[in-house]
Design a protein around this ligand. Structure first.
Ligand SMILES: [Zn+2]
Length: 416
């Protein structure tokens, strides 16, 4: 494969730094090279520096002239629900009219409506829609996506979703990290104990033996899975070799953050209602918080997680879209950067760290992606902007110029 030279980035945002997630003031250090460039071969970054230096060693390389635009590592979206059927347009309209979650569920909406449609959909149908969603992520500059099952809630339907996730990863350039979220809700046809038994005794072993997921997740919340039930499911998953993530302390402070610390989870996600004890427990167990402002926004709430306190407590914050049909229908990481700055008072630099290198570490991939450093995969995006802060500042307009995965252009404004 021919080598590539990226030249003349107004800012090459490298995020070069220690080989670990960034904490505290490190989150503001982006290691920007002005008029920066990179030399790439075999899909990997060979050198990074000023354009004039890179150009000297690029005589045989194909040139990508960034023409004064910014170049960043591809976004790493560490929390999405990408595979589902249908949408929740009726819920959206009802919520706009001021109806409560209970009223919407009574009218046939809520998570259950997505479960029914997803169960009824064929593999081919799910794949077709998932490909459309995946393309949206690429168009927003995202090159790696974690995605969860959880709209099947039977053994066969959960396996179906995980197969679609695997196929998506094989057929598209977007890198997909699979997570099993069988414990997303208790299906209507079962009681909780019966379903937990099914998850632990049948689903988890099948998914482990088929290597269909790297992580196991639960929705730990009143009315879904309580602390004891979550501990049971995640404990069983851990024994089978899964790494752990969890939807915790979103609607109420149930001690979910503490549970994730106790279990040595990779991440605790949401945390809108987490208390100081939970945050301290996460810090001492090196659990990374994944904050999801898109769902707070889309639900019309103002209860954002306390990002400043969490950063100041020394945790390696991640931000993600939580892309899903019910509470966060956005694949756009730039939109999340905007919300993180305006609603959670993160600095623009902190939001870049949280959506690239810290997210990569939370998915166990910090050694391969998340920064533009020698030896890492050449996953990067070029945006129509001169200053990285423009990504969070101009909101609601696409700024993506082109997106590369392993040195190959996979998306370009105006088409490939
Ligand atoms: Zn979620």
């Amino acid at each position: 494969m021919k080598s590539l030279a990226v030249l003349h980035a107004s800012q090459l945002v490298t995020l070069e730094g220690p080989n670990r997630p960034r904490v505290g003031t490190e989150m503001r250090e982006l290691a920007i090279i002005r008029d920066g460039g990179m030399l790439i071969s075999d899909g990997k970054i060979r050198s990074v520096g000023r354009s004039d230096q890179i150009e000297k060693n690029a005589s045989n390389a194909e040139i990508i002239d960034a023409e004064g635009r910014i170049v960043l590592p591809g976004f790493v979206d560490a929390h999405t629900h990408l595979v589902f059927a249908g949408n929740r347009l009726d819920d959206f309209e009802r919520r706009a009219r001021g109806e409560s979650y209970e009223q919407i569920a009574k009218a046939g909406g809520g998570i259950w409506s997505t479960v029914e449609k997803t169960r009824a959909a064929s593999d081919a149908d799910l794949l077709k829609h998932a490909k459309m969603h995946a393309d949206w992520f690429l168009k927003c500059g995202t090159t790696t996506v974690e995605t969860k099952s959880g709209y099947g809630l039977t053994l066969e339907d959960e396996l179906k979703i995980l197969r679609v996730i695997r196929q998506l990863d094989e057929e598209l350039p977007l890198e997909i990290v699979p997570t099993f979220l069988g414990a997303h809700a208790v299906p209507r046809e079962m009681d909780a104990d019966e379903y937990i038994k099914l998850v632990i005794e049948e689903m988890l072993p099948r998914i482990a033996s088929g290597k269909l997921a790297e992580f196991c997740d639960v929705f730990c919340e009143r009315g879904y899975f309580d602390i004891e039930q979550s501990r049971k499911i995640l404990g069983a998953a851990k024994k089978l070799g899964f790494k752990l993530r969890g939807h915790v302390d979103q609607l109420s402070n149930s001690g979910g953050a503490k549970l994730m610390a106790e279990l040595g989870a990779s991440t605790a996600d949401h945390l809108e209602k987490a208390d100081n004890q939970g945050i301290a427990a996460m810090k001492s167990a090196n659990v990374q918080p994944v904050l999801l402002p898109g769902s707070v926004y889309a639900l019309g709430s103002s209860d954002y997680p306390r990002a400043r306190e969490i950063i100041e407590a020394g945790l390696a914050v991640v931000i993600a879209t939580d892309f899903n049909p019910g509470s966060s229908p956005t694949p756009s990481m730039p939109m999340i950067l905007s919300l993180a700055c305006t609603q959670m008072k993160m600095s623009p630099a902190e939001t870049i760290t949280a959506s690239t290198i810290n997210a990569a570490y939370s998915l166990n991939r910090g050694d391969r992606i998340g920064s533009l450093e020698r030896g890492k995969l050449a996953n990067f995006s070029i945006f129509d902007a001169e200053d990285y802060r423009e990504l969070a500042y101009w909101f609601g307009i696409p700024q993506t110029h082109s997106v590369y995965i392993r040195g190959k252009c996979v998306s370009r404004s105006g088409g490939l």
